[in-house]
Design a protein around this ligand. Structure first.
Ligand code: NAI
Length: 702
């Protein structure tokens, strides 16, 4: 039973019991309605207390039911709340831990509410692209006032009950219990005290007005609209709360419901719900059971104190895990430590980090020039130069000195992790941990699973990723892993677009309008165009058949490496990051076109976006089929957290599903007919072709 009924003398206690957070799925809703009917039918019972077992009053809707008929099956949450309002006997909500979304709406339907100290309430629906759908937008303003309620609904953030209990005139909590332990006794006492009150108080009957009326809502719309440009839900929250001040309660409720249902099917809401599920799915590895034993990670060593080594180190210091950095020369160590200090000091300067926390973190950091000092570390992460020979030296040494059972990780971005593992006699302990730059900021961590990587090593690194607040996605071994292998196709398209008639600015603007944080050319200037140049030089040898635009090489030959040299695809003023279109670059591109005999054509923004995004999608379909990624949603997580793919589109695969794979494949076939593009690349990947033939989407794979 997910809602239990017990008689405590003359009080009926209904306890939601649907771990982990007492989600309000069909059985639970039905359980509440049945228990309430029982309490009302029992002559011995005078009043009812509603509470939750375990870690929550209720976390709200059962996400697993989303989109299924069960979510709407009667009794739905609105009917349950109506039944509570109509109960002949008073119902007291005993709220502890968290009351979120539907959980808070349920409590607001009760006649009285008692809160336990430390509990938090929220209406987080906006984070899934929705508005509260069971009266939250109509009842919360009635108990908290319009402004406090709208802030909560638009932000979706949890607020401590104690804080709300202090809002002047608030009616959310009739009482705060003295302690979590006394909550039930105090709720039962209140229930007894109110047993004979008639008529019973209902939140729906409270007045709801803002003293400034329309002017306030105009102001709220300006504020919210400015902050939520790609998402419709926040502005709809304003509409719904305004309705609470203008319409009769039941009309307001119907209006809220209508908005809720309309939002449910918007691409933005689907994208956010997809991401919510994708984030949880990414932490699960199909053939590594959740109860796989994990190794203990109490200390970490980092080899190489350069750009990546320093950033990686900070992640562990932030999580309270001691790190020892190893380098070949003292100067390199000193430089590394100084950079870490500088980063922390900047945070202290901005008030984002307290001085004592900074010192505490630095006290966890030590340095050494000797492998002997790191041999007891539980996890060692190598971030030395990207050369197989250097990696070989380091891993041979690690194999020699590290204690048995230590995890040996490489941050390589392009090299073969299986080969690196083969330098040791313990390939089962070797794994790739591919951080993204700046490693202390970027959320993404690609966990590269070697052929021989042990399951408990994978389980351990997935857990440690969570500890250091990264989104970990498992990738098999291939050139570029998931993210960089895809970005290569995207960059190639960006190059072809220049040859065919675009300027860097036009390409960047088009993809930025689509929602990317930064277009490929501004990105190149930020990261350094020389990095791509080095990779391409290797490619020209390894994959002589692969077609590239020469424009990026010509740019590097001009010494225009990007922001660091003050010039790249764009010009930069000293100390500034604003990208200024460069006539020199345009001239270079035009000359190059002439050399190739290309007559430039006008290319639409739509074509630019499709070629860049579908290039990602087609390569991703190969990656999925090869088993490099275990699910399409993992690829979306890589792009959302590591490459600035627009959140409201849900990731490349989700976006392709939304457009329809048939349409995506049609466009690819059109691009394949362009003689200046790469016809072979644009053949839809076999998996994509099969899905199109079967009328399926990426989400249905696996
Ligand atoms: P970096 O050049 O800034 O730092 C490398 C450091 O390793 C230097 O301080 C060097 O003194 C040290 N080092 C070299 N050989 C060593 C050895 N045998 N023993 C101890 N220390 C040694 O390079 P960066 O950018 O930090 O890259 C490091 C690794 O991270 C490379 O494998 C790279 O591919 C990878 N990576 C780099 C990213 C980036 O954006 N820079 C992103 C993701 C991965």
């Amino acid at each position: 039973m997910t809602a239990q009924y017990e008689a405590h003398g003359d009080i009926a206690v209904i306890t939601l019991n649907n771990p982990p957070v007492n989600g309000l799925g069909y059985e639970t809703r039905k359980g509440i309605a049945d228990a309430l009917a029982r309490a009302n039918a029992d002559g011995q019972i005078k009043a009812v207390v509603l509470t939750g077992a375990g870690k929550a009053f209720s976390g709200g809707a059962d996400i697993k039911e989303f989109g299924s008929p069960k979510a709407l099956a009667e009794p739905n949450l609105l009917s349950v709340i109506l039944a509570i309002e109509n109960s002949a006997k008073p119902v007291v909500a005993a709220v502890h831990s968290v009351a979120m979304g539907g959980g808070l709406e349920l409590a607001l339907g009760c006649h009285y509410r008692v809160g336990a100290p430390g509990c938090k309430v929220a209406l987080p629906e906006v984070k899934l692209g929705l508005i509260p759908g069971a009266g939250g937008t109509q009842r919360l303003p009635r108990v908290l006032g319009v402004e406090a309620a709208l802030n909560m609904i638009v932000s979706g953030e949890p607020v401590p009950a104690e804080m709300l209990a202090q809002v002047p005139g608030q009616k959310l909590f009739d009482k705060m219990a003295a302690s979590a332990e006394s909550l039930m006794d105090e709720a039962k006492a209140l229930a007894r005290e109110k047993a004979d009150v008639r008529p019973l108080p209902l939140v729906r009957e409270l007045p709801c007005k803002h003293p400034k009326g329309d002017a306030y809502f105009q102001f709220a719309r300006n504020m919210v609209g400015g902050m939520s440009k790609n998402f419709p839900a926040p502005l709809k929250c304003v509409d719904a709360v305004e309705a609470a001040t203008k319409k009769k309660f039941d009309e307001g409720l119907a209006y809220e419901r209508e908005i809720f249902i309309n939002l449910m099917w918007t691409p933005e809401c689907r994208a956010l719900r997809h991401i919510f599920a994708a984030e949880r799915a990414a932490s699960k590895i199909p053939d590594v059971p959740e109860d796989t034993p994990k190794r203990e990670i109490k200390s970490v060593a980092v080899i190489g104190a350069g750009t990546m080594g320093g950033g990686i180190t900070m992640n562990f210091l932030n999580a309270g895990i001691p790190v020892k950095m190893l380098e070949m020369k003292q100067e390199a160590l000193d430089r590394g430590v100084a950079t870490i200090r500088k980063n922390y000091e900047a945070q202290v300067g901005k008030g984002k980090l307290k001085q004592d926390k900074y010192e505490q973190r630095m006290s966890l950091l030590s340095t050494t020039l000797s492998y002997d000092d790191i041999k007891d570390a539980d996890l060692v992460i190598e971030a030395v130069f990207e050369e197989m020979g250097v990696k070989e030296t380091v891993f041979k040494k690690l194999d020699e000195v590290m204690k048995k059972g230590a995890i040996l990780a490489s941050n390589t971005s392009t090299l073969d992790v299986n080969k690196i593992a083969s330098f040791t006699k313990r390939p089962q302990d070797v794994v790739g941990l591919h951080f993204f730059s700046p490693a202390n900021v970027m959320k993404l961590l690609e966990v590269v699973r070697g052929e021989k990587t042990a399951k408990d090593v994978l389980a351990t690194v997935m857990a440690i990723a969570k500890t250091i607040k990264k989104t970990a996605v498992v990738s098999g071994v291939c050139d570029g892993f998931i993210g960089n292998r895809m970005i290569e196709q995207y960059s190639r398209q960006a190059g072809f677009l220049l040859e065919e008639g675009c300027t860097p600015e036009q390409v960047d603007k088009a993809i930025e309008k689509f929602g990317f944080a930064m277009g490929p050319f501004r990105m190149g200037d930020l990261a350094g165009n020389d990095i791509g140049w080095a990779i391409r030089k290797r490619r020209y040898v390894e994959k002589p058949g692969m077609k590239y635009s020469k424009t990026a090489d010509l740019l590097c030959e001009m010494g225009r490496y990007g922001q660091k040299t003050g010039a790249g695809w764009y010009d930069y003023k000293p100390g500034k990051r604003d990208a200024i279109p460069s006539p020199l670059v345009v001239e270079m591109i035009e000359k190059h076109r002439k050399d190739l005999g290309i007559t430039p054509r006008k290319i639409s923004d739509e074509e630019i976006v499709q070629r860049l995004v579908y290039a990602l999608v087609n390569e991703a379909a190969h990656i999925l089929e090869e088993g490099i990624a275990s699910r399409a949603s993992d690829i979306d997580m890589v792009y959302l957290t590591g490459y600035g793919f627009p959140i409201h589109r849900g990731g490349p695969m989700q976006y392709a599903d939304t457009v329809g794979l048939f349409n995506v494949a049609q466009s690819m076939q059109r691009f394949a007919r362009n003689p200046l593009d790469d016809a072979q690349f644009w053949q839809p990947a076999p998996l994509l072709a099969r899905l199109v033939a079967a009328g399926k989407s990426f989400n249905q794979v696996g």
